[in-house]
Every structure is written in C-alpha cells, then in structure tokens.
Design a protein around this ligand. Sequence first.
Ligand SMILES: [Fe+2]
Ligand SMILES: [Fe+2]
Length: 251
Amino acid sequence: MPVIRAINEPLCLPELFMLSRQVLRYAEDLNVVRSERDEACAALRAARFDVLLRLAAAAELKDDDTGAHLVRMGHFSAALARACGQSEEWCGRLLYASRMHDVGKIGVPDRILKKAGRLTDEEWQEMRRHPEIGAAILGGSDNPVLQMAAEVALHHHERFDGGGYPHGVAGEAIPLAARIVAVADVFDALTSDRCYRPALPVDRALGMIEHGAAEGHFDADVVAVFLRISAEVMELRAAIAAGRVEGEFRS
Ligand SMILES: [Fe+2]
Ligand SMILES: [Fe+2]
C-alpha cells in the first residue's frame, strides 16, 4: 500500500521503512524499463543498418546478379584505408559504408541502368542523380557507419581534379572515404565480367587506375598506396571467391 500523508506530517519508523522499500522497487522497475528501452533502441539501430545493407544489395542486383561486387569492393576499400594509415575503427566502418555507395541506383529506372547501348544526354542526367538519391536515403543518421556511407554515396563519382559529379568538388574537399572507395570500386568493376565485356587482366586494370590518377580522376596518393598493396588485394579477392572470408558469400 502506498504511504499517503500530508507533506508536513512526520513519518514514523515503519512508514519510513515502507517508503524506502517502495522507492527501491520503483528504482528497480525504472532500471528494467531503461535496459529494455536501450535493447529496443539497439535492435532498431541494427535493423535500420541491416535494411540499408539489403537495400544496397537490391540496388546492386539491378546490374550484378550476385552482389559479390559489394563484398569485394568493401574489403578492398577497408584494406586500402588500412594501408593509408586509418584506424581499425575507421576501416571497419568503411568496410560496410562502402557497400552502400550505389544504393541511389534504386531510384534510377531499369531501362537506363540496363541499357546495352550508349546513354543519351537525358539518360546520363538521370543516371547522375544516383549519388544524391543515395545520400538522401542514407543521410540524417546518428550512426557513424551510415554517416560515412552517406558521404561515400554522395562523393564516389567526384574526380580529384574537380571534373566529376554531382558537385564537381576537387582534391581533399572530397572526403577520404570517397576517394578510397572510388579506386576500389573502379578496380573491381574493371577486373569483373560485365555484360558488355569480359574481366580485364589485373595488370591492365592496375595500369588504367594509374593512368586515372595521372589524368586527375583519382587521388594520386591513394592510387600509389593501392598499387603498393595490389598483391594483398588479389589475395583478398581469391579468399572471398573461395569463401575464406568470414561471413561472406562466394562470387
Ligand atoms: Fe555509382
Ligand atoms: Fe560499384
């Protein structure tokens, strides 16, 4: 029974004892409610993250029927970030953030994404909206992986010389995560079979990446590190294909 007394009436010892027990019980109940709320919040955050990864995979399935590109370029991006001197925590974020780079393709019509021939100017305009669509899908989160993912999605088609899209930003104004992902993404695309051409040999793809740095497409410092770790990248690729990278599927 709750103790109900006028505020100015003194309490006797048994009442004080009962009151303190009630306060303790309320405190215990509050702790249970708090921990249930924290668990529910963590589960919601994990679910949101999972949904976005699946959405990224769904977007990728529009032009890659295995989703293996995302797994490979995620690992290449994380390895490149590590070799660039970033912390393990930062590399861990990039492993997942990088996979969402093309999530905005979900908003590009299939007739454009899957078009076999050259795109018209209008179709290119439409295609070039995917970074901003992606950033809109991923933005506004307090989750550091999603914050990085939004940044990568927005900037992964910017060029180091400022000639890219959507905003034409240049140099270090392009976030490092996006400069790293740009290299890992293009390298994996070049070394994978496409409906319009077979995979290029690794040496040729590395040559094209190097040429891309000289031309101002990529950050030359990032490319220099990528060339230095290219053997490690190819080992990673083989490990993913053989199912030797934990939690990943085969290409
Ligand atoms: Fe893209
Ligand atoms: Fe990609």
